[in-house]
Design a protein around this ligand. Structure first.
Ligand code: ZN
Ligand code: ZN
Length: 268
């Protein structure tokens, strides 16, 4: 079973465990202030943008044929990463590997995909590009086949379109209406203004919002009811073009949230 818990962008930083290797201790205030760390982030972003550019090209070339051939499930989730068209994934993955100057034959990629589905871990960079390929195919199907949600708030939790649980919440101008956006397929739906977007807990005492001067306009909501955390962006304070990049850029906050949950409370 394919899970995208680490997110489609994780691993692009080539750090251990599929995470950005920004280095340093997350409790420091000057997480990104050293020249070396800033250079590293610039390189990670260049790499990310290059791969995203290729994904957009591929999507333009394949959107109509893929959408015409694919059937959504009648109920949620409308598809899963397991049942995406495998040849499309392999094709896009191969393109991303070419762009990264690490070309591989499709037959080899098929074998690797099979291993990945069986739960074996892949080389970090290859796995990151596979996650991007999965997301690229999922986004295209979501965009072309899934109707836009109405204004009624929908339940928190896993994505009703792709069934994944890797998301951010957004507070939209002008009044801060809250949306939950899947970072895999890109589906965005309106949700309640309060409550844990992972488990739906409405107990305000169980939820802590962590902020850092380093990342204005963004906070991490940590829920002690379900032991999860998620990021929330206030679009009234911060303009964000690409939520997946925002998630990657703010990866040090993940460590802080994990420390918080582990009881170390190592925040600033
Ligand atoms: Zn989704
Ligand atoms: Zn929760």
């Amino acid at each position: 079973m394919i899970r995208s818990a680490a997110g489609p962008g994780a691993g692009l930083g080539l750090g251990a465990g599929g995470r950005l290797s920004l280095g340093g201790n997350v409790v420091r205030k000057n997480i990104l202030t050293t020249e070396q760390e800033e250079q590293h982030l610039v390189a990670v972003k260049d790499n990310y943008l290059k791969l995203q550019g290729e994904i957009k090209l591929w999507q333009q070339e394949h959107a109509s044929s893929l959408a015409a051939d694919f059937r959504l499930e009648p109920a949620s989730p409308r598809f899963t990463l397991d049942n995406l068209p495998e040849e499309s994934i392999i094709d896009l993955w191969q393109r991303l590997n070419q762009v990264a100057d690490e070309p591989q034959e499709k037959a080899d990629l098929r074998t690797l995909l099979e291993q990945f589905k069986q739960g074996e871990s892949l080389d970090n960079a290859a796995a990151a590009r596979l996650q991007l390929a999965l997301a690229g195919v999922a986004q295209m199907l979501c965009q072309h086949l899934v109707p836009k949600p109405g204004e009624d708030n929908q339940p928190f939790g896993t994505c009703p379109v792709c069934g994944e649980k890797h998301f951010m919440t957004l507070l939209a101008p002008p009044v801060g209406k809250r949306y939950q956006q899947c970072l895999v397929c890109g589906y965005q739906r309106p949700v309640d203004a309060s409550g844990c977007a992972c488990c739906g807990s409405m107990d305000a005492k169980k939820q802590t919002y962590l902020k850092s001067e380093q990342y204005p306009g963004l906070e991490v909501a940590v829920c002690s009811d379900c032991g999860s955390y998620f990021k929330q962006v206030d679009l009234r304070k911060l303009s964000v073009d690409d939520l997946v990049w925002e998630d990657i850029r703010t990866m040090p906050l993940n460590y802080a949230a994990e420390k918080w949950l582990a009881g170390q409370h190592g925040w600033n």
